[in-house]
Design a protein around this ligand. Structure first.
Ligand code: S5P
Length: 275
């Protein structure tokens, strides 16, 4: 995997082969934000309120749609309206992990209606690359309404203590991503994965890195979560930082999101020699 992480988002937007990645970089550049809020809310009202409050400062709104006790039409339409109003993209953190036939049903037409609202989803390849082929097939089907507007990330590392998603497993994720560039635009990972031998790719290869486990003030939680700071994540090759409790549980979430936006944008400018 060639490292494009020293290039400005604008350049990567221009050159990327995938329309969803191009849009991600365009949104980041337009809003000067590489922040993703992890909106782990329990009700539609809380979710939409957070999206409206933080929308101006984020590039992507990450959902766990199955946390909502009251998912309905108004959740989906409300989210889509706010995404348009504030120009952010939506990432459903469903972590698909099953046989291909099952994940196709979970992704499209299921109770959670993920394909309708999520520009980006993620999948784990514990069961091999059949899952990626299955989701890719659905995204490319002739009657799929959102063709060229949907993509996925492979969950190639995890932030929890004792994670087994390391070493050969992560390397395997890279191999699979390389074979599925029509649908896979990158990884959920704690860092750029360029240190893996054999990961160097061609000129056109530019995987996007989304990084969770980011918190400016806390190192761990009580359940195994481990954090790095926004500037550490970006300097290690993350393209978009994902922050949950660091923002939504702060006394003033708007002040908090602005703080994360500035720290991670400054780190991006430094990494790309634009400061
Ligand atoms: O390895 C991971 C992958 C993910 S997607 N570690 C994570 O924490 N996540 C998700 O990021 C997790 O499901 C949660 O929604 C968010 C982290 O939330 P925070 O409150 O700890 O920032």
């Amino acid at each position: 995997m060639s490292s494009k992480s020293t290039l400005p988002y604008a350049t990567r937007a221009k050159n990327h082969l995938h329309p969803v990645a191009r849009r991600l970089f365009d949104v980041a550049e337009a809003k000067k934000s590489n922040v993703i809020i992890s909106a782990d809310m329990g009700t539609t009202e809380e979710l939409l309120k957070l999206a409206d409050q933080l929308g101006p400062y984020i590039a992507v709104f990450k959902t766990h749609i199955d946390l909502l006790s009251d998912l309905s039409d108004s959740t989906i339409s409300g989210l889509k309206d706010l995404a348009a109003k504030h120009n952010f993209m939506i990432f459903e953190d469903r972590k698909f992990i099953d046989i291909g036939h099952t994940v196709q049903q979970q992704y499209h037409d299921g109770a959670l209606r993920i394909s309708e609202f999520a520009h980006v989803v993620n999948a784990s390849v514990l069961a091999g690359d059949g899952i990626i082929e299955a989701l890719e097939q659905t995204m490319a089907a002739p009657n799929f309404l959102y063709k060229d507007e949907r993509a996925m990330l492979i969950l190639s590392e995890m932030t929890t203590a004792g994670s087994l998603a390391t070493g050969d497993y992560t390397r395997f994720c890279i191999e699979i991503a390389k074979k599925h560039k029509k649908s896979v635009i990158g990884f959920v990972a704690t860092q750029a994965l360029t240190h893996f031998r054999g990961s160097e790719g061609g000129e056109d290869e530019d995987f996007v890195i989304f990084t969770t486990g980011v918190n400016a003030t806390t190192k761990v939680d009580s359940l195994g979560q481990q954090y790095q700071t926004p500037s550490s994540a970006i300097s290690r090759g993350s393209d978009f930082i994902i922050v949950g409790r660091g923002i939504y549980a702060a006394p003033n979430p708007v002040a908090a999101v602005k703080h994360y936006q500035k720290e991670s944008w400054d780190a991006y400018l430094a990494r790309t020699n634009q400061n």
